[in-house]
Design a protein around this ligand. Structure first.
Ligand SMILES: [Zn+2]
Length: 221
């Protein structure tokens, strides 16, 4: 796996602090499970956060202070964050990232897909009660061109299989597209393979074409 696109450093920091919203944290957890570079960065941020909390509070760390803590912030109960350390487990033969295996099983070809729109199927994923945003798996047909859109909130996409391209480059397995409200793009799935991706948003996309706006009433994203 040759990863080129990583989550924004600010989002890695929020993830390490346990303050990243749940759908985005799920994507980062999955990326961290396959990206040694970001896994190292998150571990260092967690240690730095623990050191900071310790020095501010003037309390002694219990146990091994060199061990990265899972979370400093308040959203430690999100399933994605809980699964961070699942990367250490062996997932023999799995092509689903470790944090998602208990939800969808170990194999992408074992996932049940539902029709979402022409050329697009999806598998919605559960969030904690009251969590903001949306999290789902998307399966995009080969050569499918998604409508050009902006974003009402942060949007994070991790490629699990295949590839897509947009104005920010070509995204393949393990890559993460991390976009904010100022970004616009029009992903085009690989003409041979299409793609499967983990897709997280905090607010619905902003589409330009009337047809895409109409479709959004049915897709909800
Ligand atoms: Zn990375």
């Amino acid at each position: 796996m040759s990863i080129v696109h990583h989550p924004d450093p600010s989002n890695l920091m929020c993830y390490a602090a346990g303050s990243l919203p749940e759908p985005l944290a799920a994507v980062v957890a999955c990326h961290v499970s396959v990206c040694p570079e970001c896994r190292r960065d998150v571990a260092m941020l967690e240690i730095a956060g623990a050191d900071l909390v310790t020095s501010l509070a003037g309390v002694e760390m219990l146990g091994d202070a060199s061990r990265p803590v899972a979370n400093i912030g308040g959203s430690a109960d999100t399933y994605a964050v809980k699964q961070t350390m699942a990367v250490k487990k062996k997932t023999g033969g799995a092509d689903v990232p470790a944090p998602l295996i208990r939800l969808v099983g170990p194999r992408l070809d074992g996932i049940t897909w539902k029709y979402l729109a022409p050329g697009v199927r999806h598998h919605p994923l559960p969030l904690s009660k009251g969590a903001q945003g949306d999290l789902r798996l998307l399966k995009i047909a080969a050569g499918m061109q998604m409508p050009e859109h902006g974003h009402g909130g942060a949007e994070m996409t991790m490629l699990l299989a295949g590839a897509y391209s947009d104005a920010f480059g070509r995204f393949t397995t393990g890559d993460v597209s991390d976009l904010d409200t100022d970004s616009e793009h029009q992903p085009i799935a690989d003409p041979e393979e299409g793609c499967i991706c983990l897709f997280a948003t905090l607010a619905p996309s902003r589409y330009k074409s009337p047809l895409a706006k109409l479709m959004q009433r049915f897709t909800g994203i």
